[in-house]
Write a protein that binds this ligand. Structure first.
Ligand SMILES: Nc1ncnc2c1ncn2[C@@H]1O[C@H](COP(=O)(O)OP(=O)(O)O)[C@@H](O)[C@H]1O
Ligand SMILES: [Mg+2]
Length: 354
């Protein structure tokens, strides 16, 4: 056991091992017997809930070197410390109550602990896919991101240094989403390459990098943001495109609620802009956000990380509709949303499958 602790090979998904680690490292009392529960679904991390005797609950999170996906995909476990840095800073920059408080981190075992979100809570992606779309959640989703971008822009001098390293964003976002897609889809190659160059050249705000409904828990109708391992100082338009992709892809997939999700996408962007407030780069940001949305929408049907809920037919439809924007795209998000919905609706009429 002592050796486990020293050599960085501790497996927190083994309750007995985690308990002894917490005791030996003095994080909990020497005889304390917490309730330990492995949380499901982690692909790149192990996450374990620890309910302490004093009523406190922590989530311990440990980064895996090899991601649990079909193809070999590796990323340094050091990224958990980027997440820890993210938690500490975001707690100051994001609206009160939207970030889980930090508890501790361990640089030898590459793990961190944060406060657990209280029960009952639900994952926002699960709620959305079940059709539970609520305007107040959408508004908060916009406020949360707008607030992070606004406040990190105001502290640019300091934060551009603290979060200067973009290596995890490069290996976990730029390569698998953008460069891989550019290689797979020749019609979009130049479009994506140009966007990648611009993205690398923009250092405007903190960028969460994984701003997705999957990383939002809803507790008492309040949104809480998780999973900050690719946070860096960069191009805020990426977060807008990455997140809008989820609302628009659901608008495509959930036919009955297509207009509701389109309205939600508009409401989200309005709420974001209100929270961001005045910045000299807003017009350019919106135009780049249109292109990030197109690139992410394509990446989710042709990149290394495909949306799992799409049928083969939906994948083809989304790919073709997005490609129709490559040579000429609107300059604003509302225009993109309207045109995307229209083209998705018309696609089957124009491409008869008999
Ligand atoms: N602080 C927390 N409180 C409650 N549940 C959490 C917390 N952190 C993570 N989880 C649960 O673990 C899941 C995976 O956590 P996440 O940080 O998104 O890791 P991954 O990088 O593996 O996606 C979340 O979707 C959530 O269900
Ligand atoms: Mg996650």
């Amino acid at each position: 056991m002592q050796q486990d602790i020293n050599d960085g090979a501790l497996d927190i998904e083994q309750p007995g091992v985690l308990q002894r680690y917490l005791q030996l490292s003095g994080r909990i009392g020497p005889g304390e017997d917490p309730v330990i529960q492995v949380l499901a679904g982690g692909i790149s991390n192990r996450t374990v809930l620890v309910q302490r005797v004093n009523g406190e609950s922590w989530v311990v999170k440990q980064a895996l070197a090899k991601l649990r996906v079909a193809t070999d995909w590796f990323s340094s476990p050091e990224r958990i410390h980027r997440e820890a840095l993210g938690i500490r800073w975001l707690s100051q920059l994001a609206p009160a109550g939207t970030i889980t408080p930090f508890v501790f981190e361990d640089h030898t075992q590459h793990l961190l602990a944060m406060q657990a979100v209280p029960q009952p809570h639900a994952n926002w992606k699960t709620l959305l896919l079940a059709g539970h779309l609520q305007a107040q959640h959408v508004v908060q989703f916009g406020e949360l991101l707008g607030s992070i971008h606004r406040h990190s822009y105001e502290r640019q001098t300091e934060l551009a240094n603290v979060f200067a390293d973009t290596s995890f964003f490069e290996s976990l976002r730029i390569e698998p989403y953008y460069l891989y897609t550019a290689a797979q889809v020749p019609e979009a190659h130049t479009f994506i390459q140009t966007l990648v160059q611009e993205t690398r050249g923009n250092r405007l705000t903190l960028v969460h990098g994984d701003y997705s409904p999957k990383n939002i828990l809803v507790h008492a109708d309040k949104l809480i943001l998780l999973d900050h391992e690719v946070i860096h100082y960069g191009d805020p338009a990426f977060d807008i495109g990455f997140s809008l992709t989820h609302l628009l892809s659901k608008s495509h997939h959930l036919v009955e609620q297509r207009q509701d999700f389109a309205r939600a996408a508009n409401l989200y962007f309005q709420s974001y802009k209100k929270s961001l407030g005045e910045v000299p780069w807003l017009v350019a940001l919106e135009e780049r956000a249109v292109r990030h949305t197109l690139a992410c929408m394509l990446a989710r049907v042709a990149g290394r990380s495909m949306l799992e809920y799409f049928s083969a037919q939906e994948r083809v439809r989304q790919r073709q509709v997005i490609l129709s924007f490559i040579d000429a795209h609107p300059a604003t998000i509302p225009a993109l949303i309207a045109q995307f919905i229209e083209r998705i609706g018309q696609y089957d009429d124009n491409h008869q499958t008999t």
